[in-house]
Structures are given as C-alpha cells and as structure tokens.
Design a protein around this ligand. Sequence first.
Ligand code: ZN
Length: 242
Amino acid sequence: MNEMALASRLFWVLIGPFAGLYVATFAAAWPRWPRPLVGQSRCDRCHAPLRAIDQIPLLSYALKGGRRACCDGRIPRTFPLGEGGGLAVGLIAALWPQPLLAGLTALLGFCFLYLGLVDLRRYRLPIPALSAAAALSLGLSALTRWSDLPGDLLGAAAVMAMMLVLRRLGPGRGAGAGMGAGDVALAGIVALLTGWRLAPLAIALAALAPLLVMAVTRRRGPIAFGFWLSLTGCIALIPLGF
Ligand SMILES: [Zn+2]
C-alpha cells in the first residue's frame, strides 16, 4: 500500500465519527437549520457548558444510560447513532485504496446516514439528500461496474415500479404511515448499488427487518422504512470496496 492510499484510509476512519455527529446535528434540526452550525459546547436543554466526555455522544450515552449529566434530560438517539454510523461510513470508505472512490463512497454513506436519521425522527426523506444520493450512486456504479450499468439501471427501475404498485395497494397513504414516494426513490438507489441480481433480496430484507424488530421488542408504531433502506444502502457499499 502506498502512502497516499494509507493517508486516505486513515483520514476517513478518523474523520468518520466527527462527520457523522455533524450529519446528526443537521438531521435532528430538520426541516430547520441547526444553530449554531459549528461548536455545540452547551446543553441545548439547560444551556450548561458540556464537559469533554459529553461531547462524545457514544461514550456519554453508554455511561449515563442515555441521560445528560447536567440536567438528566434524555439525549436524542440521533446523536449516538450519527456518531456510530459516521464511524461505520469512515471504515467502509477506508476499504478503497483510491482516494476518489473512497471520497464518493464516504459522501454517499453520509447521505444515507442523514436520510436514515431524518426518517427515523420525522418519517420524511428530504429531496435534496435523495437527489445527492441518486447522483452519487450513479457515479459510483459507473466508475466501478460500467459494463453492468445498463442491467443495474433496468433492475433499479423494476424495483421502483414494483414499489409503486405496492404503494398503491398498501394501506395508510401519507405522512407517517406506510410507504412514501421518497421510499420508492431510495429503494431504486439501493437497487442500483446492489446490482439487479441482489436487489430483490436486499429490498425484501430491508422491508422484513423492521417487522422482525417489532416482533422482538413488542413495540408497535409507524415504520421508518427509509431508515432500513438507508442501512441496506450502507451495507451495499461494503462489497464495492473489495
Ligand atoms: Zn442539560
């Protein structure tokens, strides 16, 4: 491995958790912009200054059982999830020896992280992030599997058509219930990344996973299908790097 590749890999692993936390800050504030944009050093609930350890959500979440040290308020799960997800995205990007492909993979991973976190909180998939994810997955597929691209595009279109049919048939149209137009688009993006052979299996697993979680935890409520699709998209990025 040359020095350039090693530097690129180290960069993504180190930057991952910080970028993930930044992504989480934007996801938690959606549809507004977070304020301040950088340097959250005070508790947003009681405004007490944060200790160094509280600025690492994964650590303080684990130590205090999801509570804040200052005022015992609940830490939104968006923040530890964002930090852990960012670390995972950094590790996936670090699989690439080529800095350009590592960068595209990281950007797409952070798009998925943002989409998943917003969907988990609001049951919405913001269109700018969906558009960015679509462009990045098209670019990544073209650069890594050019000869498969026509078949994979057809596969993605077929998955989206199937999802549209399911959406028509499914109960509960609209916000917070069932499948939205954003879910259809996101399924197409994930199908493009997995390739047409694996797309049906990947989408089926993304649909079954939340039902399984509900059965195990015995908790009911609306399903953030976009979160599970985003997670599937991140997993689909792993084999591309090998
Ligand atoms: Zn506080």
